[in-house]
Design a protein around this ligand. Sequence first.
Ligand code: SF4
Ligand code: SF4
Length: 63
Amino acid sequence: MVNIVVDHDKCDGCGECISVCPAEVYELNDEGKSVPVRADDCEQCCSCVESCPNGAITVEGCE
Ligand code: SF4
Ligand code: SF4
């Protein structure tokens, strides 16, 4: 399990992380915030961390 944290105070639901993730880790919840529902599938490519315009995502190994 890769440790992934999305800061919902920063996430505005733009969907960039969903678009760039090759492993379909993220989904938007009912409040329009990104949630790493399939963190087990994360390949630690760091694309989501680099693409989030609000710096809301932290992924283990992508610091
Ligand atoms: S890229 Fe960042 S701001 Fe956009 S939905 Fe994902 S976590 Fe939220
Ligand atoms: S690091 Fe890569 S594989 Fe993991 S959640 Fe982010 S975009 Fe998806």
